[in-house]
Design a protein around this ligand. Structure first.
Ligand code: SF4
Length: 279
C-alpha cells in the first residue's frame, strides 16, 4: 500500500509509537488531546518514569499526579486518568477492555480514544477519525462531493480502507500524512504518494489557480493597474498623454484619464504637454 510505504520512509518516530502497552498509549492519547506533540514528548517520558503502570498511578496521590501533569493544562484530564487507574486496578483486574464498545463505557474514554487504543495497542481498525483523517478520507475517496459527505460516511470509508494486520501503521501514517502532505490548506498534491488514486487530486491546485486567475482579472484594468501602467510608460521615456495611452494595452480612455489626473493631484507628475515623474 502506497501510504504505508510513504510512512515507512517519512513517518515520525514518536515515543508512544514504540509501544503496544494500552496504558502507555492511553497516557499519550490523553496528553495529546489538547497539547502539541513536542510539548507532550518530555512530559510523557517523565510521567512513565514515575507512573509506569496502572498500579503505580493508582497508588499515587492526586497532588503528585497534578504536579507531574503541570504544564500540560486542562488538569481535569489528569484527575480523570487518576480515577480511571483506580477503577482499572480495583475493578478490571489491571487491564483495559479490548473493544471499542467496552472502552467507551469507561470514564474519560470517548469514541476517538477508544478507536485509537484499538488501532495503536491492538493493531485493529478503530474509529480514531479526527478532523485531519476525516479530511483526507473525504478528499481521497469522494470526488468533488466532499462537502456533502457526512462524518459517518467518512468513518465507514475509513474503516473500509484499514489494511488487514496493519491498522497501527495505517492510523499513524494518516496522522503524519495529514500534517505533512494532505494538509488543510494547500495540500501538496504534486508530492503526494496517493496522487494516482486520489479522487480529488489537483483539485485544490485548480481551486487555487482559479483564485489567482480571479485576482489577476480583478486587478487587470483596475485603477491601480492604470496607475502602474502610466508610471511604467513614463519610466520608459514616453512623455505625451497620447504616446502613453497608446503604449498601454487597454482602451478605456476614461480610466486612463482618471488615473493620470489622480497621479497629478498627488503631486507625483509634473508638466502638462510633456509629462514626467516628479523628482
Ligand atoms: S492528491 Fe492531494 S488531495 Fe489527494 S490525498 Fe494527495 S494531497 Fe490529498
Amino acid at each position: 500500500m502506497k501510504l504505508l510505504k510513504w510512512y515507512a520512509d517519512e513517518g515520525r518516530d514518536l515515543p508512544w509509537r514504540r509501544t503496544k502497552d494500552p496504558y502507555k498509549i492511553l497516557i499519550s492519547e490523553i496528553m495529546l488531546q489538547q497539547t502539541q506533540v513536542d510539548r507532550v514528548i518530555p512530559k510523557y517520558e517523565t510521567w512513565l518514569k514515575t507512573f509506569p503502570s496502572w498500579k503505580t498511578l493508582a497508588a499515587g496521590s492526586r497532588s503528585d499526579v497534578l504536579k507531574l501533569w503541570s504544564g500540560l493544562g486542562y488538569n481535569n484530564r489528569a484527575v480523570r486518568l487518576h480515577a480511571l487507574s483506580k477503577l482499572v486496578v480495583e475493578e478490571l483486574g489491571g487491564k483495559l477492555p479490548v473493544s471499542e464498545e467496552e472502552l467507551v463505557k469507561l470514564p474519560g474514554i470517548g469514541p476517538y480514544t477508544a478507536g485509537a487504543l484499538m488501532a495503536f495497542a491492538h493493531n485493529k481498525p478503530g474509529k480514531c477519525i479526527d478532523v485531519n483523517i476525516e479530511r483526507i478520507v473525504k478528499r481521497y475517496s469522494f470526488p468533488k462531493r466532499k462537502k456533502e459527505i457526512t462524518k459517518k460516511e467518512a468513518e465507514e470509508e475509513f474503516l473500509f480502507l484499514f489494511p488487514k494486520n496493519k491498522a497501527t501503521d495505517f492510523a499513524n501514517a494518516l496522522m503524519d500524512f495529514g500534517s505533512m502532505i494532505c494538509t488543510a490548506s494547500n495540500p501538496k498534491c504534486d508530492d503526494c504518494p496517493l496522487y494516482d488514486d486520489c479522487k480529488s487530486r489537483g483539485e485544490r491546485n485548480e481551486e487555487s489557480n482559479e483564485r489567482v486567475k480571479k485576482r489577476q482579472t480583478t486587478f487587470l484594468h483596475s485603477n491601480r493597474w492604470w496607475r502602474g501602467q502610466i508610471l511604467k510608460a513614463l519610466n520608459q521615456g514616453l512623455q505625451t498623454e497620447k504616446d502613453i495611452f497608446a503604449a498601454i494595452e487597454g482602451d478605456d480612455k476614461k480610466s486612463f484619464t482618471a488615473a493620470l489626473a489622480q497621479l497629478r493631484a498627488e503631486g507625483l507628475l509634473s508638466g502638462s504637454r510633456r509629462i514626467s515623474i516628479r523628482e
